[in-house]
Write a protein that binds this ligand. Structure first.
Ligand code: UD1
Length: 421
């Protein structure tokens, strides 16, 4: 099995290009199910989750090709032959539930295995189902599958989300784009990935107002054109590299991402004492001599993103004092804590709060990645640790970071992909 071997202690300096956002690309790829025409999607990161998405689309009848060098995907949804997203694919990637909205809208029927994915909480899909029910769909659970039908087609309606769920907002947007009449999503998620999906849908002819706000209005169309879209940059990847620079006492510029994507993350880094330079299409974070402790709580956008919590916790381990980190989105997202402690961190978990006693001197060890963003926090800690750290189970990492070791090497890190003996 592959692992990453890190010799800690090198200061990271330089600039690194940011890939397209995984979490924007996934819904955008599923949206190609809505059109009988050919779609072109650029700036798609070459990641395991993207390849899984293409397999799901192929299983449904979409013809796809992915040129990983140019990061371009062509998808032809002329023929949708199946309405079932198979268990073997869905269990590895929860985002497959995003086939529900487009399939119901296009075919009047959808079957999706109940989702798997990262083990970071219960993660039900009830908000997705109630939103689609408001458009006329009905659901049953059969043999581990969600079976949805809308035999009369979907009709516009008001979808009031109990919580601004990112995935439920995406399913709702895609379904409403091809439903008859006007739909409203209330308490919609406001993440940049929602705006990117809306822009992709607009290139297909969808009429959407309010993406990025809590209330989104969609005027449904009888048919949609092929998509022609360039995926927005990955704010989680960018934040991870900015933290990598700071945790090593260095200075890293992330290129190809506007500071607006990173609002609360940059504010938090500034509170921690980092020097932040905001340029039109890039951001630099530089160590200014010390890191201050922080008190942060994850929240829906524009709050602090749960996908950056683990990486900021690694940084807090090096801060001069006690930090508190509250996880308010997922109920089981502290699995990196015992592994960080194996590297020498002093962290106590009390319910949904982690108390980090910094600064801790870290020493290299063998650690186990437990989920995607947890893997990133272990790499950050390894970069700051004395001696050698081996991060195992990096298949989690490959789901969400493109060539992370090469990008870190280009900044001066001593990190290699290796095999366990
Ligand atoms: C997306 C992101 C994930 C990120 C998360 C929160 C993708 C592919 N994944 O996940 O990286 O961490 O947003 O920013 O974009 N919930 C329910 N019922 C539902 C749906 C959600 O109870 O039907 C709960 C979840 O269990 C969780 C919270 O709502 O506690 C937020 O989940 P949601 O915003 O839906 O996250 P995802 O779309 O799964």
């Amino acid at each position: 099995m592959e692992k990453l071997r890190i010799m800690g202690g090198s200061r990271l300096e330089g600039s690194v290009g940011i890939s397209g956002a995984k979490n924007a690309a996934l819904p955008i790829l599923f949206a190609t199910l809505l059109s009988t025409e050919k779609s072109t999607i650029r700036n798609v990161p070459a990641l395991a989750d993207i390849r899984t998405t293409l397999k799901v689309l192929e299983a449904l009848g979409v013809r796809t090709s992915f040129d990983e060098n140019s990061h371009t995907i062509l998808a032809d949804g002329t023929l949708i032959e199946s309405i079932e997203a198979p268990y073997d694919l869905v269990r590895t990637m929860r985002a497959s539930v995003l086939t529900l909205g487009p399939l119901l809208a296009r075919k009047g029927e959808a079957k999706v295995s109940l989702p798997g994915g990262c083990a970071i909480g219960a993660r039900p899909v009830d908000f997705h189902l109630s939103a689609l029910e408001a458009l006329g769909a009905s659901f049953s659970i059969e043999n581990g599958y969600i079976h949805g039908t809308a035999k009369q087609g979907l009709r516009g309606g008001i979808m009031k989300l109990p919580f601004p769920s990112v995935g439920a907002t995406e399913n709702a947007l895609m379904a409403a784009a091809l439903a008859e009449g006007t739909s409203i999503i209330e308490n919609a998620a406001r993440e940049p990935e929602i705006i990117d999906l809306s822009e992709a849908l607009r290139t297909m002819g969808a009429e959407i107002e309010g993406a990025g706000d809590s209330s989104i209005a969609i005027r449904g169309k009888a048919s949609l054109r092929g998509m022609n879209h360039t995926v927005a940059p990955d704010r989680v990847e960018a934040a991870t590299f900015l933290c990598a620079g700071l945790i090593t006492g260095g200075s890293v510029e992330t290129k190809g991402i506007a500071p607006g994507f990173l609002g609360s993350a940059l504010d938090t880094l500034e509170k921690m004492g980092a020097r932040i330079e905001r340029m039109p299409h890039s951001v630099r974070a530089s160590f200014s001599g010390s890191l201050e402790p922080v008190s942060l709580e994850t929240a829906p956008f524009p709050g602090f993103p749960t996908d950056m919590q683990a990486q900021f916790m690694a940084l807090a381990v090096r801060a001069n004092g006690q930090s508190t980190i509250k996880e308010s989105i997922f109920e089981n997202r502290f699995m990196h804590v015992p592994e960080l402690c194996r590297l020498g961190a002093k962290i106590r978990v009390q319910g949904s709060v982690a108390v980090v006693d910094g600064p801790c001197a870290l020493t290299g060890a063998t650690v186990m990645a437990t989920d995607l963003r947890a893997s990133a926090s272990l790499i950050l800690a390894g970069l700051a640790a004395k001696g050698e750290t081996n991060v195992r189970r990096i298949y989690h990492l490959d789901r969400g970071y493109e060539r992370i070791e090469e990008k870190l090497q280009s900044l001066g890190a001593n990190i290699q992909r290796d095999f366990d003996k």
